[in-house]
Design a protein. Structure first.
Length: 194
């Protein structure tokens, strides 16, 4: 084999291998609050939990209960439970939070999470939102455009009468190791990490 042929083979072989290798599939996992999580399951003070306790694990995502930060000062620690929301905002069961936060830990999924989405139904009060430990207290729809190194996008539409409130989605883009979310009359569903 001539030197020129050997050099061509050395250059082309890795390039062909790169071109013929199928692209890596995006990884994704979600917490949908469907079985095996059971309707009525309660987390927080009524279940004997303390702030920081593990509540459940679903599809490799660990969820912990945490104190809810009040607007004035101080914290509350009430309950979250698997429920059917009074207004349709997602299919099936969802998680209702009442003056408590849930922290979803994505650090043990085996892939780097670059996007997290979840659906929400807000029927009153205010919310807590934190990404990678950087937090916000107030209306979810007024969340800052970035938290903890991730961009934050919140969509919302009004809930039809006779109820009042809003529903929508939250999208976080950037490296997301953890999401903390809670509210006073807040339901969440389909917490998905990609």
């Amino acid at each position: 084999m001539h030197l020129k042929t050997k050099l061509t083979a050395l250059l082309i072989t890795p390039l062909l291998a790169l071109l013929l290798t199928p692209p890596a599939q995006a990884q994704s996992t979600c917490v949908t609050f469907e079985p095996p999580l059971t309707l009525g399951s309660t987390y927080g003070a009524p279940a004997g939990h303390s702030s920081g306790d593990l509540a459940f694990v679903s599809n490799g995502i660990r969820a912990y209960v945490y104190n809810f930060n009040l607007l004035s000062s101080g914290t509350a620690f009430n309950r979250a439970f698997i429920d059917f929301a009074p207004v349709a905002f997602s299919p099936g069961q969802s998680l209702r939070t009442n003056n408590i936060n849930l922290l979803f830990d994505f650090s043990k999924l085996g892939f780097i999470v670059s996007k997290v989405t979840f659906s929400y139904l807000d029927l009153g009060g205010y919310e807590n939102l934190a990404v990678n430990g950087s937090g916000y207290v107030g209306e979810l729809t007024s969340a800052p455009p970035a938290l903890g190194g991730a961009s934050v996008t919140v969509t919302n539409i009004a809930v039809p009468p006779p109820m009042s409130g809003k529903r929508g989605t939250v999208t976080l883009k950037g490296p997301v190791r953890s999401l903390l979310i809670g509210g006073q009359e807040l339901w969440i569903d389909s917490v998905c990490a990609q």
